[in-house]
Design a protein around this ligand. Structure first.
Ligand code: ADP
Ligand code: MG
Ligand code: MG
Length: 328
């Protein structure tokens, strides 16, 4: 990425993974890059979706418990990475929540509040220890365990598109896969890209931001309870589940944005960590950031109206005063 600016950005819109995605690129083989990116996103949707019956993930979920299923090197590696993120986050990130998400109706769009006994029964099959990596390309699941890569698939797709842009010599680009953003090369005026971070309190409103992040090259991935939820008896239930309870995470955070440099691979990391840190809450999230296990920065929005930004990006983040957060 980078280099002499071309005249204008070419754009493409893709609907996949339940998300409207926007691609922009210029320089290099732009049309080829956009076409290849689109194909790649559809391919990954077909491979990784839990709701498509013929996806590799569905075939694994349907297989008889304990049978080793040949999933191919790509899915195997992604599952292996997901298990590593579970371990690193003390289980806050967990791809085996699939049956729990279904019980809440998030997978099937049939929302309900499951009974405590039902959740307890399902939670017995949740946890990385129920997923087994066999050899170099096969996986088996324990009885009652199913996987859902929804918290990591878009990040993985953004890595794949970033790689395609690089292969095609794109000099300036934006890949926006619904809250999973990769930018490269800065804008055509030679400035960093400006990435708006959605204000969770004004979800659904266009250009309602907690602030703007300026970034030439990098990933920024946001997870928030506002992205998918339902209401019942005056209470709101959202789609990010705390594996410790089987309930939507109530960690005191309303959104988590994870920011990292643009190296291919970081998109997957940012997606996994934004989900995990949302579950972990402010204190655990900041401890995890300080631990330095992974190299990233954070924008946290708390339920009690605070906005926290870590040192590495503080000089690149401009809070939006009209959003009314106390900036720390
Ligand atoms: P979005 O889907 O809005 O991009 P996330 O990346 O945070 O948001 O992923 C949330 C999705 O991941 C949920 O819809 C569900 O399928 C799955 N999920 C929910 N809770 C967890 C969790 N604690 N760990 C891993 N995956 C989860
Ligand atoms: Mg995620
Ligand atoms: Mg996501």
């Amino acid at each position: 990425c980078g280099g002499a600016a071309a005249q204008e950005m070419q754009t493409a819109q893709v609907f996949a993974m339940d998300t409207v995605m926007g691609l922009q690129a210029t320089g290099g083989e732009t049309a080829e890059a956009l076409a290849a990116a689109e194909d790649e996103i559809y391919r990954l949707d077909e491979e990784l979706s839990r709701t498509r019956e013929d996806s590799a993930v569905s075939q694994l979920n349907r297989a008889e418990a304990g049978t080793s299923v040949e999933v191919g090197a790509e899915l195997y590696d992604l599952i292996a990475r997901a298990l590593a993120f579970s371990q690193a986050t003390d289980g806050a990130f967990d791809i085996t929540l699939a049956p729990v998400s279904s019980a809440w109706g998030f997978t099937e769009d049939a929302y309900r509040v499951p009974a405590q006994e039902e959740l307890a029964g399902l939670l017995a099959h949740v946890g990385s220890e129920h997923v087994h990596l066999d050899g170099a390309s096969a996986v088996s699941l324990d009885q009652g365990t199913q996987i859902d890569l929804g918290a990591i698939a878009k990040g993985y797709a953004s890595d794949a598109v970033a790689a395609i842009y690089q292969e095609h010599g794109i000099t300036h680009g934006i890949v926006d896969l619904g809250g999973n953003t990769w930018v490269c090369g800065g804008n055509l005026k030679g400035e960093p890209w400006r990435i708006g971070v959605q204000d969770p309190a004004r979800a659904g409103e266009a250009e309602a931001y907690t602030g703007i992040l300026r970034m030439g090259d990098g990933f920024a991935v946001t997870s928030g309870g506002y992205q998918r939820y339902f209401e019942e008896n005056g209470k709101t239930y959202h789609h990010i589940i705390d594996p410790a309870t089987g309930h939507p995470a109530e960690s005191g955070l309303t959104s988590v944005t994870v920011v990292a440099d643009g190296t291919v691979g970081n998109g997957t990391m940012c997606d996994a960590l934004s989900t995990a840190l949302f579950v972990m809450g402010e204190e655990r999230a900041l401890d995890f950031w300080r631990s330095g296990v992974y190299d990233f920065d954070l924008i946290l929005v708390t339920e009690d109206g605070r906005l926290l930004v870590t040192d590495g990006i503080a000089d690149r983040f401009q809070p939006d005063e009209t959003a009314g957060y106390a900036y720390e």
